[in-house]
Design a protein around this ligand. Sequence first.
Ligand code: FES
Length: 104
Amino acid sequence: MGVINVIDRSGAAHALEAVEGWRVMEILRDHGVGMDGLCGGACDCATCHVVVDEDWVSRLPEPRTEELDKLDELPVLEAGSRLSCQIIWSEEIDGLSLTLPQEV
Ligand code: FES
């Protein structure tokens, strides 16, 4: 077990218990911090958009082309924008910090 640090859309901070092998989207959704993940992780909806803290961007696996193409469809992107369904939690990313972007 480890932790994902999240700032939700209201600005509140949460330290969520993370589970090895789960998608970050699933962890955020199941903790009820305002994550939809409508397509269930199929990289088809972008409702799992998160902004990874600057310090963490280079510590995550590179996004696949499929993820980058879906991110390009969003109206607003930031340097740390990722689809959280495409990030699998492991102890290597214990302490991952991210923010849920405002909906536009
Ligand atoms: S849950 Fe749909 S793209 Fe991530």
